[in-house]
Design a protein around this ligand. Structure first.
Ligand code: COA
Length: 330
């Protein structure tokens, strides 16, 4: 039943899934010319999870994370009115991943669609779901971020293969009239060339070496770095100004886990202590749209979030270029 006053949704359940296989920096150093010290110093990453080709797909990881989130929420899945899955690396183009998740969790009353917004995919899906809740169209939503990014990593390119990992995370949102919520999403498609991956399936395209390389993640790391350290603090500051709050009022800033130095730079720009910026990048690498819900799940399990009394800002950025920030309570 829809609430009498349509409202934004409180996170009432979180779940995540990480593949078992761990690839350390030392493992990577056996494949490309790199070393643990360089990777740790430049990125903060020590290890990442790599999907098992025998059992892990974006679909299977999304389903596992979603099942865990629904269980954590303790709801009847028939209450879910909307399933949104963010993935930039779906193993099937259709049926869409959200339909597979809907089937697996028995969310038989839900509408479904997928969102492809690269690394900020989860935030984009979260904001989209919030607007469905606020409109009164649905009362409960399941939002998932799932990525099998290492399928698109060129393990001969040391500037990208060190960064990425696989996994999935999910949240259940339930309309709550008392919830504080606001968000700003931005895009700059004119600056998108610095982070690109082309589809293999393009008729008329000869499978030349250059074309095959374009089917992997291609990145100008320094340009992406500068974009992130400039735009992320700006969008957070704009959001805080709009909600008449200051950075000091926020308990935690949950940032996309792409690079420790990016997060440290944002903390410095916002004049906030780094312990207000929880991180798990050391163990996960950049899991794209899965990074934020995986981190939220860890923080809930540690008892840091999930009691409903913490003010947080979530912010992500990535290919597009796309970025944005959400302010809410959890
Ligand atoms: C990729 C990134 C770690 C590279 O760090 P950087 O400090 O910018 O390094 P540079 O690209 O300037 O490279 C510096 C040197 O290190 C070398 N290098 C690159 N990768 C290396 C590696 N894995 N190991 C050792 N050396 C490496 C480069 O070849 C270069 O050598 P040169 O000076 O002899 O040419 C950094 O730019 C970054 O994290 N950018 C953001 C990427 C990101 O987050 N993308 C996803 C967004 S969602």
């Amino acid at each position: 039943m829809n609430p009498s006053v349509p409202s934004y949704g409180r996170v009432i359940g979180i779940g995540s899934y990480l593949p078992e296989h761990i690839m350390t920096n030392d493992d990577l150093a056996k494949i490309v010319e790199t070393n643990d010290e360089w990777i740790t110093e430049r990125t903060g990453i020590k290890e990442r999870r790599i999907s098992d080709p025998e059992k892990d797909t974006s679909e299977s990881m999304a389903i596992e994370a979603a099942k865990r989130a629904v269980k954590d929420a303790g709801i009847d899945p028939k209450e879910i009115g909307l399933v949104v899955v963010a993935s930039t690396t779906p193993n099937v183009l259709f049926p869409v991943l959200s339909a597979s998740v809907q089937a697996a969790v028995d969310a038989d009353n839900a509408m479904c669609f997928d969102v492809n917004a690269a690394c900020p995919g989860f935030v984009t899906a979260f904001v989209t779901a919030q607007n469905y809740l606020k409109s009164g169209a649905v009362d409960t939503a399941l939002v998932v971020g799932a990525e099998n990014l290492t399928n698109y990593v060129n393990f001969e390119d040391r500037s990208t293969c060190i960064l990425f990992g696989d996994g999935a995370g999910a949240c259940v949102l339930k309309a709550d009239p008392k919830l504080q919520y606001d968000a700003i999403m931005r895009a700059a498609g004119k600056r998108g060339e610095c982070l690109r991956c082309e589809s293999y399936m393009q008729k008329g395209r000869e499978k030349t070496d250059d074309f095959l390389k374009s089917n992997y993640i291609n990145m100008d790391g320094q340009t992406v770095f500068k974009f992130a350290v400039t735009e992320v603090p700006k969008v957070i500051e704009d959001l805080l100004a709009r909600t008449c709050t200051t950075a000091d009022d926020i308990d935690y800033f949950i940032l996309h886990q792409a690079n420790r130095r990016i997060i440290e730079s944002v903390a410095k720009r916002l004049k906030q202590p780094i312990d207000k910026f929880p991180m798990n990048i050391e163990k996960t690498g950049n899991t794209s749209s899965a990074s934020i819900p995986i981190l939220l799940d860890e923080l809930k399990k540690e008892g840091i979030l999930g009691q409903g009394n913490k003010k947080i800002v979530i912010s992500s950025f990535g290919a597009g270029l796309l970025w944005g920030a959400v302010q809410t309570e959890i």
